[in-house]
Write a protein that binds this ligand. Structure first.
Ligand code: ATP
Length: 272
C-alpha cells in the first residue's frame, strides 16, 4: 500500500547536544518534518539552529560536539551520532551556513565534484540541464571561481551542488544571510518550486523569519537551545511575541534589532 504523502520523514525527540563535553547548546529539542513539507526553524544568533542542523547531518564531530541525549530518526531509522557520509547516503543533504562552495574551483568544477560523488545513471548533461533550469545565471558564470561569485550566485551554487546529490531532505542553513530582499525572495520562491518539482522535503534554518514564513508549511521557534513556540505560518505571524521579537512589528519601535531584542528578553520571559 502506498504510504501517505505526509508521513513523518524526520523526527527529533528530546535532542541534547554538547560541545567539548561541557557546553550544552541544544537542550531537549523535539520537532518533526513531514514528507514534502517546508519546515522553518527560526531563532536569533546563538539559539541553537546550526547545532541542530549539524546534529541531523552528522557534522558535529568537526566541532568536538556530540548528541548526548535524545533521538534523531529519519524514515524511522535512528541516525544520531552517525557520520556525515552515512547520513548523506540516506538522502539528507546540508547546505551549510559557511564554506558553501570551493572558492578556488570554478562553478563548473564545483558542480563536477558533486556529480562525481553521486552514483546515478543520469549523465553529467542531465545534471547540468537540471541546474540551469533552476539557476540559469550559473550558466553565465561557469568558468568563474567560486570565491568571486556574488552572495546570491554563491547560494545558488551551494543549492545546486546539494540538488545534484539527489536529496530527499534538504537542510538549508541561513539561505538569506547577507543577501538583499529581492534575491532572498527569489531564492525562497525557488526553494518552493524545487520542493514541488523535485519532491524534496526542506528544513530551513533562518533568522529572517518573515522570508521563511512566506514559503514554510510549519515553523518552530528555538531560543537558548529550546523550542519555545510552534505553529503554522499564520499562527506564528499573528502571535504578538513573535511579531515583536522576530518580525520587527511590535509596538516597541526601539526593539527592532536582534541585539535589542536579546537585551529586552533578559527582562521578560515568554513561552508561547
Ligand atoms: P547563528 O545563526 O549565530 O549560527 P544558531 O542559532 O545557529 O546561531 P548555534 O551556532 O547552533 O546557534 O549556537 C548555539 C550555541 O552553541 C551558542 O551558545 C554557541 O556559542 C555554541 N556553539 C556553537 N558552535 C560552537 C563550537 N564550535 N564550540 C562551542 N560552542 C559552540
Amino acid at each position: 500500500m502506498a504510504k501517505p504523502k505526509n508521513e513523518t520523514l524526520l523526527s527529533i525527540e528530546k535532542l541534547e547536544v554538547v560541545y567539548h563535553n561541557v557546553s550544552t547548546a541544544v537542550l531537549g529539542v523535539s520537532f518533526e518534518v513531514r514528507n514534502h513539507q517546508i519546515v522553518a526553524l527560526l531563532g536569533i544568533n546563538g539559539a541553537g539552529k546550526t547545532t541542530t542542523l549539524r546534529a541531523i547531518s552528522g557534522f558535529l564531530g568537526v566541532d568536538d560536539a556530540k548528541v548526548t541525549e535524545g533521538l534523531i530518526q529519519f524514515r524511522g531509522e535512528k541516525i544520531q551520532n552517525k557520520p556525515p557520509h552515512f547520513i548523506t547516503k540516506k538522502g539528507i543533504v546540508l547546505v551549510p551556513e559557511r564554506d558553501k562552495v570551493f572558492e578556488n574551483l570554478t562553478v563548473e568544477e564545483n558542480l563536477q565534484v558533486s556529480v562525481s560523488l553521486r552514483k546515478s545513471r543520469a549523465s553529467g548533461q542531465d545534471f547540468k540541464d537540471l541546474i540551469l533550469h533552476y539557476f540559469p545565471v550559473l550558466g553565465k558564470v561557469g568558468n568563474h571561481l567560486g570565491g568571486y561569485l556574488s552572495g546570491g550566485e554563491r547560494q545558488m551554487l551551494a543549492l545546486s551542488t546539494a540538488l545534484v546529490c539527489g536529496p530527499r531532505l534538504l537542510l538549508v542553513d541561513e539561505l538569506s544571510l547577507g543577501l538583499g530582499p529581492i534575491i532572498v525572495d527569489e531564492l525562497m520562491n525557488l526553494i518552493k518550486v524545487i520542493r514541488d518539482e523535485q519532491q524534496v522535503t526542506v528544513l530551513l534554518v533562518e533568522q529572517n523569519a518573515l522570508a521563511a514564513l512566506e514559503i514554510a508549511d510549519y515553523g518552530y521557534v528555538i531560543e537558548n537551545g529550546r523550542i519555545v513556540f510552534a505553529g503554522d505560518p499564520d499562527r506564528l505571524r499573528n502571535h504578538e511575541d513573535i511579531k515583536e521579537f522576530y518580525l520587527g512589528q511590535g509596538e516597541r519601535e526601539s526593539q527592532k534589532s536582534y541585539r535589542d531584542i536579546k537585551q529586552y528578553r533578559r527582562t521578560r520571559r515568554w513561552y508561547g
